[in-house]
Ligand binder design. Structure first.
Ligand code: GBH
Length: 470
């Protein structure tokens, strides 16, 4: 069965500043927490950093030309905060602004709508030096930064997104310490959760106060699609706990203006949540136009207790610290089926479930699949018919792409309002703690030459876009 999408459906590709730009010392940029983190031995699997990445800072015109060829309607990019406000004095760096003006103007020229994320994890290091997201001040500084960007870039931006995946910023940054700044402290992770929520609210306010009510605002969450191993009440309780700490800590405050009291109960041993001040929830709950959802895989959970039965051996026994607190009753089962190069499962129905649940719960907010994609061990093949004489045959990425776009279409067939789909990623790029070892691009990057090489998945995406059908 084939599905045709609405005429104005936003097909796009996504990237993030630190993962693609390089040029870390250019035009007045100062270090972010990722520059600092990468410099510490043992943090990044291949010892790399975003120093050069895809050199997108200099090659954005070429990359926008590729997007033109793909036929995308939108480009989801992020702005590097330390390029805009490089120093603690808060002064705006015009050279940083000018760079993004050039990028946005080139997008306009190509008729591609910019979807701009204001924070995709590159916090200025000077703010981390004062406690980073565990410190309330960071949220206030985010509001100032957003105000500066909104007033400078104004109507060049189609859709504004405050944060990308605050789950990762809080729990991987301050819980497991696998991401920058590499802190392992659950109390700080929960402080970070709240301050990220506050930053979101202040960010939306700053956009609206600079650009008026017509500005299109959004936030991007990576909600866990937790699936309980059975209907047993203890498995259900495990799923509920994982949902609370992974998802509800963001959805509740941002969209409903409340923290579910069960969150406080579950985390009482870790935090008293004294970081929440009077008025915060009203600030956090701002009307937004779109909820962006990043989806890659699902998580199967069951009760740690195994309801008193003998534990089986297939339960994940990872020695890694759980990024989230209050997960003592939760066991995450090992992923099943064919795993991607990330070791993640492929369960596209999870995307249908996620979109359907969110669409029914928040009918006033449009949904967007703001990231979806997969990493595989790609190989380059010769093909004299391709520009540059090379291509990557990536059948598994093609299958993943098709299956997930169909899964999204299934939710839309249920009446769920989905306005766009963004492939992660336009380009192979710096995959955080995994460095350049994992490739998510639909376009390959040859890091030695910075050449861009098309993959079959890019050709397939181009076809989906041009037919508007899957
Ligand atoms: C996104 O993160 C990012 O927005 C993007 O920058 C990144 O390059 C891309 O996806 C690919 O990784 O095993 O406990 O970590 C996705 C991060 C991946 C976080 C799945 C949660 C599963 C739980 N998410 N992960 S855990």
């Amino acid at each position: 069965m084939s599905t045709t999408f609405p005429k104005d459906f936003l097909w796009g590709t996504a990237t993030a500043s630190y993962q693609v730009e390089g040029a870390i010392n250019e035009d007045g940029r100062t270090p972010s927490i990722w520059d600092t983190f990468c410099a510490k031995p043992g943090t990044i699997i291949d010892g790399s950093s975003g120093e050069f990445a895809d050199d997108h800072y200099h090659r954005f015109a070429e990359d926008i030309a590729i997007m033109g060829d793909l036929g995308v309607k939108a480009y989801r990019l992020s702005i590097a905060w330390p390029r805009i406000i490089p120093h603690p004095d808060g002064a705006v760096n015009q050279r940083g602004i000018d760079h993004y003006v050039r990028v946005l103007d080139a997008l306009r020229e190509a008729d591609i709508t910019p979807v701009v994320t204001l924070y995709h994890w590159d916090l200025p290091q000077y703010l981390e030096d004062r406690g980073g997201w565990a410190n309330r001040e960071t949220a206030l500084r985010f509001g100032d930064y957003v105000g500066a960007v909104a007033s400078a870039l104004g109507d060049r931006v189609g859709i504004w997104t405050t944060l990308n995946e605050p789950w990762c910023s809080a729990y991987l940054g301050y819980g497991s310490g696998v991401h920058a700044p590499g802190v392992r402290d659950y109390a700080k992770a929960l402080d970070a959760v709240h301050h990220l929520n506050l930053a979101h609210g202040l960010g939306v306010q700053a956009i609206r106060s600079n650009l008026g009510e017509s500005a299109h605002t959004s936030v991007v969450l990576n909600l866990s699609v937790n699936i309980a191993a059975s209907d047993h009440p203890e498995d259900q309780a495990a799923k509920h706990r994982a949902d609370l700490i992974a998802n509800e800590v963001f959805l509740g405050p941002m969209l409903e203006g409340r923290y579910d009291p069960e969150i406080f109960e579950a985390t009482a041993a870790v935090s008293d949540w004294s970081c929440i001040k009077d008025g915060d929830l009203a600030t956090i709950r701002q009307p937004i136009d779109t909820l962006g959802l990043n989806f890659y895989s699902t998580t199967h959970v069951r009760a740690k207790s195994n309801y008193g039965m003998q534990p089986t051996t297939d339960v994940a026994t990872s020695a890694e610290r759980n990024p989230m607190p209050a997960q003592e009753i939760v066991d995450v089962l090992p992923p099943e089926g064919e795993l991607t190069a990330m070791g993640w499962n492929q369960e596209p129905e999870g995307l249908t479930t996620l979109l359907t649940e969110m669409g029914r719960r928040f009918p006033d907010v449009a949904l967007m699949v703001s990231e979806n994609g997969s990493a595989w061990d790609d190989e380059v093949s010769r093909d004299p018919n391709q520009p540059g004489g090379q291509i990557v045959h990536d059948p598994k990425r093609v299958t993943y792409l098709d299956a997930h776009i169909k899964a999204m279409a299934a939710a839309m067939a249920n009446g769920i309002h989905v306005t766009g789909y963004f492939a992660w990623s336009l380009l192979d790029n710096f995959e955080w703690a995994l460095g350049y070892s994992k490739r998510f691009g639909i376009i390959r990057v040859d890091y030695a030459s910075q050449r861009r090489i098309w993959k079959d998945s890019a050709l397939r995406f181009k076809q989906i876009i041009s037919t508007n059908t899957v």
